[in-house]
Design a protein. Structure first.
Length: 591
């Protein structure tokens, strides 16, 4: 637990000093300057001659109070960040509220607190609900409300640790590990802001000029909060963030690639029953014993089973089972499918049962109709379970598309393979387990060498690139920033940096895709032999590569992968794409 808390704290600290929090710093600083001085007591004599105390309101000579305001702001941030990160999607879904409700709620709270600084009567009204709490410095409880609002604005500042937290929240599989990780992350992210709030508090208490003009500073602070709320609402602060380099990206990458971090984050989104799966080294050539395979759970629909009944591992005892996690628009999964089909054809009658678990990356992949179309198009005949809520995905502690879990005839996981490749190795393991289950079985010659499928790219291939707001990482353009539920004007780079893309013209930005409107273009620098683009809608995309004739792709219907480039060897190229209005673009994939 200590390791998990330290990882969460480190991830939060990196987020807390990242460019995305810069607009909040003036808010926090001015919020810290609105603390009060300690009231003095003046001793007087009562009529009976005894001493009595008369309260004197905040005089200039009063000694500085112990100002709890900065800590209350941080407490509000930690509480709202933790609650809404873990349960925000559930709460919004239950109430039928839009995805950006929390952000707008935070901006409204920020504006109200700013008005409360300008108009004291409103400030007292904000604090009124807290007056019945225990009398531990009840003043300035508006700071806690401000922290609640800022916590909702903090959520978009994502990093590798937050990714594990949000997956747990989305799946509803929130255990004590996830809570520890979330709270420690929230505390780490809030600590840099505590420094600014404390600095403001010290200035307000120790600088005479502030005490002489306290009312003026409070009004100025309120005006700054309202101005910044408006700036955040209209994304004016994006100009500041664009002008600064992503100076925390290197730290985020080191955290994400650290083996200790990877090992600790996996249990945070999994469960104790599947802990033995960690005994398997993914990609190992030798079979291992990794505990009982988790049962399929939480599925919505099954395809290619008698009467649509769910497949179960208990019902498959005695067979060698290959559990394949995939998503139909994932090009890596599509390249792996021909190998699965070949194994199904060669070994099904000899004791192999492949079970596909379709765990969607995107919302459109949750459609049973879309999935049925993909199954038919690929010619998949083995059972496929629809895992829209990632319940089975989580039970297997999975984090990859595609991923294969090989289960022996006794129900024990013997091998795990993440990603593409090593098909010959996986087939050898299948054959070994079939022989172990039935020593007299007569196996045909290996079929992997006969499979005709796109091969994976060599080292240096451009990684899969997501265009939507929630997972975009490689956008590099001079103008425009991905802002969900907004139509944004972008600009193309003249010279596009390696393995990045820029957008041009106007795009309607969604969480999982961007949709072309007026003059929409994209410029992509890549190294690959093959390039695929997941698109939907009705219209055309024109592909321009220097030195090659332009070609036009016709897009029609639900999201699908369209091939843009098909070369025998890898090349470093830059392409420019021009989209007709109404085309939704999800990903670029490379081979």
């Amino acid at each position: 637990m200590i390791t998990l808390a330290l990882i969460g704290l480190l991830g939060g600290l990196i987020t807390g000093v990242s460019p995305c929090v810069l607009p909040m710093l003036p808010i926090i600083f001015f919020a810290g300057t609105t603390g009060r001085t300690e009231p003095q007591k003046k001793t007087t004599a009562r009529a009976d001659g005894s001493a009595g105390d008369v309260l004197v309101e905040e005089v200039e000579a009063g000694k500085p109070a112990r100002d709890w305001r900065p800590l209350k702001i941080i407490a509000g941030i930690v509480v709202s960040f933790s609650v809404f990160t873990l349960a925000g999607s559930v709460i919004l879904s239950a109430l039928g509220l839009p995805d950006d409700f929390l952000r707008w709620g935070g901006l409204i709270i920020l504006s109200i607190v700013g008005l409360g600084l300008i108009f004291p009567a409103l400030g007292h009204w904000i604090e009124k609900p807290f007056y019945r709490l225990p009398k531990i410095n009840r003043n300035n409880n508006g700071a806690f409300v401000l922290g609640l609002g800022l916590g909702t604005l903090y959520v978009p500042c994502a990093g590798p640790v937050l990714a594990a937290i949000t997956v747990a929240g989305a799946t509803g599989n929130v255990g004590w590990r996830t809570v520890v990780l979330t709270v420690s992350f929230a505390m780490g992210a809030a600590l840099p802001l505590l420094i600014f709030a404390s600095a403001g508090s010290r200035i307000s208490q120790r600088v005479k000029a502030y005490r002489d003009h306290q009312k003026g500073f409070r009004v100025a602070g309120g005006a700054v909060m309202i101005a910044l709320a408006v700036a955040l609402a209209f994304n004016v602060t994006d100009v500041i963030q664009r002008s600064l380099p992503s100076y925390t990206s290197g730290l985020e990458k080191k955290v994400a690639e650290n083996k200790t971090v990877q090992g600790a984050l996996a249990p945070a989104i999994g469960n104790d029953a599947s802990a033995d799966l960690a005994k398997c080294t993914p990609g190992a050539a030798e079979l291992a014993s990794c505990g009982a395979a988790p049962e399929f759970r939480g599925t919505q629909k099954w395809f290619n089973t008698p009467g649509g009944q769910p497949a179960t591992l208990s019902g498959l005892k005695g067979k060698v089972v290959l559990v394949d996690f995939w998503a139909y628009s994932c090009i890596n999964c599509q390249r792996a499918t021909p190998h699965l089909l070949a194994w199904d054809k060669a070994y099904k009658s000899l004791g192999l049962q492949i079970v596909g678990i379709h765990s969607p990356e995107f919302a459109f992949e949750k459609s049973a109709g879309n999935l049925q179309s993909a199954i038919s198009k690929e010619g998949i005949g083995y059972p496929v379970g629809q895992d829209n809520n990632l319940a089975t995905w989580t039970a297997y502690r999975n984090q990859y598309w595609p991923a294969k879990y090989l289960v022996d005839a006794g129900g024990t996981v013997r091998s795990i393979k993440f990603g593409e490749g090593d098909y010959g190795q996986t087939e050898n393991q299948i054959r070994e387990l079939l022989k172990a289950a039935n020593p007299s079985v007569q196996l045909p010659a290996p079929v992997d060498g006969t499979v005709k499928a796109d091969t994976i790219g060599a080292d240096g291939t451009t990684p899969e690139t997501y265009l939507g707001y929630s997972r975009s990482a490689n956008l590099n353009g001079p103008v425009g920033k991905l802002t969900p539920n907004k139509t944004v004007a972008f600009g193309l780079n003249q010279a596009q940096p390696d393995d990045t893309f820029s957008l041009g013209g106007s795009w309607a930005v969604g969480t999982q895709s961007v949709t072309s409107t007026k003059g929409s273009q994209a410029r992509l620098n890549f190294q690959a032999a093959k390039v695929f683009h997941v698109l939907s809608g009705e219209g055309t995309v024109t592909v321009s590569i220097p030195g090659e004739p332009d070609k036009t792709i016709t897009v029609s219907g639900t999201p699908n992968a369209y091939q843009l480039v098909d070369k025998p060897t890898q090349e470093r190229k830059t392409m420019t794409l021009t989209y007709s209005p109404g085309i939704s673009a999800f990903t670029f994939s490379f081979g």
